[in-house]
Write a protein that binds this ligand. Structure first.
Ligand code: AMP
Length: 839
């Protein structure tokens, strides 16, 4: 550099500085415009505005995109009027309007403010909003008022009550064409009860259910506690917007070209958008899927059920998906009554009236006195329990909701005669036609004696079979599924026959013979591993597909409860990070569960083997940690029931072909009822080194005891060291060692030295931080899995500092790690402690 002439250096500096200035520009004025090829960048480099051609199109559009994801176009100015060449220029006209011009200086698009404003400036903000400001920095126009197909955080959808402007999303036509597609996503404010609705043209496709002060009924407003929704209702506007709890979180809500509304979060590590929730989420989310006067319950078969007092509209279709009609007419004179239909998304607000000030009692009287009133509920948009909403026509788009959040009850009008016969859940299975009532009586007179005889015979047979097989008395079907096939199981046949493993779960039941055939009579070389309650073998199906077969140890005499528990639970769960159960086999003394086969067995096979450990590079470890966190979050928050796993450990993390993790072994998992936050057990079962102090010592378990195990697991994965049996310098175990390293600023020494690539060091140190937070002594100091996921996904979020974790004190006689034997039964505080040995 010293040899270059000064003038050269100086002009290079000027050039460099001006390029930087150009790149950094976030605004245009009447003097400075941008043309195709140039862009504006928001001050914190989050958004960029410029010209683009979507997909394979050559047409040019002016739009805004995420700087870190240029293909994510969040707003398009001239979506219905593309420029056909690269002559586009964005400028500010003399009357202060933003205008987009093409070659022939035609105005392609304009902000169209009607009054002349002097000295306007248009600036791209870090929110993604492109604003046109006057000299006093008042917004005269903003892109957020004219959304495309994406709602960004802070962007309001709904109504400006002063100007009548409605802000809503409109889908793109195709990926190559941003012009207005078929679908819109709107914030409806009929009867001042706001709800979110997706339309195709003017037809409703899906609706959230009305806002009840906290939630939009039906659709969780906060699918994973990552953001909150805010409703604004004042003189000027009626709208809603959302905001992530952690501000740097990059997220969006998109209306896709097929009419799905999707919540997406930017994953910094994979550099792609993760889909966290979409609506409609299933067929019951499709507007009016079951037709009028019926309820859609996604967990039932058939999913459509008539409301009480109604029967299927279709003679041919008994599933009531065509809607339902009244079995008996209402009799306003003789006195109708009401049945409560609870935990539902209430019927659509078609043909309704709302009185905000009435109480529930007054509402009932009002509905009763009006012969056209079909149903009522206490409802208003503040959710304070007052208000009277009455329906007059057919009741459409009712959905049964499992979670209590955002659900509503309503009261259905039925004739007095139905009141006596109906239960309070508000639905009835379709029954025979009223006209056939007389015939039915006759039929019953003939059928009853035959039926009684059949029952007696069947009873005798069952008794005989039970005695023969000396089974333990569970109400399970026994059926030979082998069907003459010699070499293995045939799953499709099983399903066709519809036999299942128990009363509560619908799982295919396999014959013992077919399981033997699939596993070569439990050949020792097919053994995959040994768990607490039995051995796991590899099996091969007729078509060559592989399965894993868990055979309960016959000698132990234990474990049947655990096996059944596992079958019941896991059959109801579906998540890519939970192992899938394919069926079971119960025959004589054999109790067997059949799972999807995980070719890479369990994580311990890799993590604690010095040669295999190298195969777990950082990227894989991060994927494994994230997957486990997602699986556990699902169990705690998003499955139909809240589940505490209670035995999370490395050997219960199975790995698929691509080393994606799946949580397994639900033998001691427990379901929590709604609102149940913790439970206490006298029978503590868990694994040495993974149990939280409150569980190990007092039998108290909660989601936070799973979080503790997750923390131990996380520290094991990043360090490649077992939580127990690890002693170094004054540290009683891995938790103590991790704490010592952390407090002496040597956190990086904790990371597995086997791995040469240290590029992810900063990220992994975050993981150690999260791991230490999860293993805090007090459950209340540990984060929830929602918070854990948020901390792992969002690198920018500031993490709290951990305090000294549990079991990390050298002289702590109360600690579980101070027990002398690793596999033992003992009594602490009057509870039985069964500690399994970790592998
Ligand atoms: P468990 O009884 O579930 O703890 O399983 C004992 C061991 O068997 C595990 O640690 C795995 O190594 C192996 N294993 C269990 N399930 C499977 C599966 N679905 N695929 C492959 N290996 C499995």
């Amino acid at each position: 550099m010293g040899s270059l002439p000064f003038s050269y250096c100086f002009s290079s500096f000027i050039l460099f500085a001006s390029i930087n200035l150009l790149l950094a520009a976030d605004n245009i004025t009447q003097e400075v415009s941008i043309q195709d090829g140039e862009t504006l960048i928001s001050s914190a480099q989050r958004f960029e505005l410029g010209f683009f051609s979507p997909g394979n199109s050559t047409k040019r559009y002016l739009g805004i995109w995420y700087k870190k994801s240029p293909e994510t176009i969040v707003w398009v100015a001239n979506r219905n009027n593309p420029i056909l060449d690269s002559s586009g220029v964005l400028t500010i006209s003399e009357n202060g309007n933003l205008v987009l011009l093409s070659k022939a200086k035609n105005i392609v698009w304009s902000s169209n403010i009607s009054v002349k404003v002097e000295n306007t400036v248009a600036r791209l903000l870090d929110t993604g909003n492109f604003v046109l400001m006057d000299a006093s920095e008042n917004y005269r126009w903003q892109s957020f008022d004219y959304p495309s197909d994406i709602q960004l955080p802070g962007m309001k959808l709904g109504w400006n009550l002063k100007t009548g402007l409605e802000r809503y999303l409109t889908s793109w036509k195709t990926a190559d064409d941003p012009s207005s597609g078929d679908f819109t996503f709107r914030f409806n404010i009929n009867y001042l009860l706001p709800e979110l609705v997706i339309y195709r043209g003017s037809t409703k496709i899906a609706r959230s259910g009305p806002w009840n002060g906290v939630y939009f009924g039906g659709i969780p407003t906060n699918p994973n506690l990552i953001f909150e929704m805010i409703l604004v209702h004042n003189e000027a506007e009626f709208s809603y917007w959302y905001q992530p709890f952690n501000d740097p979180l990059v997220m969006l809500v998109k209306l896709t070209q097929s009419g799905m509304k999707q919540w997406q979060i930017w994953n910094e590590r994979s550099n792609k958008w993760d889909l966290v929730y979409s609506a409609p989420e299933d067929v019951c989310g499709n507007y009016g899927h079951c037709g009028a006067n019926s309820v859609c319950s996604i967990n039932k078969t058939p999913i459509c059920e008539c409301l009480n007092g109604f029967e299927s509209n279709s003679k041919f279709n008994q599933t009531s998906s065509q809607g339902c009609v009244r079995r008996l007419p209402l009799d306003c004179e003789e006195g109708d009554g009401f049945i409560k239909v609870d935990n539902v998304k209430v019927p659509d607000l078609v043909d309704v009236s709302l009185n905000e000030s009435m109480s529930l009692k007054e509402c009932e009287a009002k509905c009763l006195s009006n012969c056209s009133c079909k149903a009522y509920t206490d409802f208003n948009a503040t959710g304070d329990g007052s208000g009277c909403l009455m329906w007059f026509g057919d009741l459409i788009d009712i959905r049964k909701l499992v979670e209590n959040k955002g659900t509503q009850d309503f009261y259905l009008r039925v004739p007095a005669s139905e009141l006596k016969t109906n239960s309070s859940n508000g639905t009835s299975m379709d029954t025979e036609d009223k006209k056939n009532k007389g015939n039915r009586k006759l039929l019953w007179m003939i059928v009853t004696p035959i039926l009684s005889l059949a029952v007696v015979t069947l009873g005798f047979l069952i008794h005989h079979v039970r005695r023969k097989h000396r089974r333990k008395g569970e109400d399970l079907l026994l059926f030979d599924m082998h069907l003459g096939q010699k070499s293995g199981l045939e799953l499709t046949e099983e399903k066709k026959l519809g036999k299942n493993c128990g009363n509560e779960v619908k799982l295919p039941l396999f014959s013992f013979a077919s399981v033997c055939a699939a596993t070569d009579n439990f050949l020792a070389t097919n053994k995959l591993g040994e768990g607490g309650f039995g051995t796991v073998y590899k099996g091969t199906l007729l078509k060559g597909d592989q399965i894993a077969v868990k055979r309960l140890s016959r000698r132990s005499g234990q474990g049947w409860e655990e096996l059944k528990n596992e079958a019941m639970l896991i059959a109801k769960l579906q998540h890519k990070n939970l192992v899938r159960l394919l069926g079971c086999c119960i025959e004589q003394d054999e109790k067997i569960l059949i799972y999807e086969y995980m070719p890479n067995k369990s994580l311990d096979f890799f993590l604690f083997d010095s040669s295999k450990r190298k195969l777990l590079d950082w990227k894989t470890r991060i994927r494994i940690i994230e997957g486990i966190a997602q699986g556990l979050l699902y169990l705690h928050e998003f499955s139909t029931m809240r589940i505490i796993h209670r035995d999370l450990k490395v050997s219960n993390i199975l790995l698929d072909r691509d080393m994606n993790p799946k949580i397994s072994d639900f033998g001691i998992a427990r379901i929590f009822r709604e609102n149940e936050l913790q439970a206490n057990t006298r029978r503590i079962v868990g694994t040495y080194g993974y149990m939280s102090p409150e569980y190990a010592l007092e039998g108290i378990f909660s989601t936070k005891s799973d979080v503790f195990s997750f923390g131990v697991l996380l520290l094991e994965i990043v360090s490649g060291k077992k939580s127990t049996g690890f002693y170094q310098n004054e540290s009683p175990n891995l938790l103590g060692y991790a704490w010592n390293m952390w407090t002496s600023d040597k956190g990086s020494e904790l990371l597995d030295p086997e791995l040469e690539d240290q590029s992810s060091m900063i990220l992994l140190l975050r993981y150690v931080n999260v791991g230490l937070l999860c293993v805090q002594e007090s459950a209340k100091d540990r984060p929830s899995m929602t918070e854990v996921v948020s901390m792992l996904m969002n690198q920018a979020a500031i993490l709290p500092s951990p305090k000294q974790p549990a079991f990390s004190y050298v002289r702590n006689s109360r600690s579980v790690n101070s027990y002398s034997s690793k596999s033992e039964k003992c009594t602490v505080n009057n509870v039985t402690l069964t500690i399994l040995e970790a592998r």
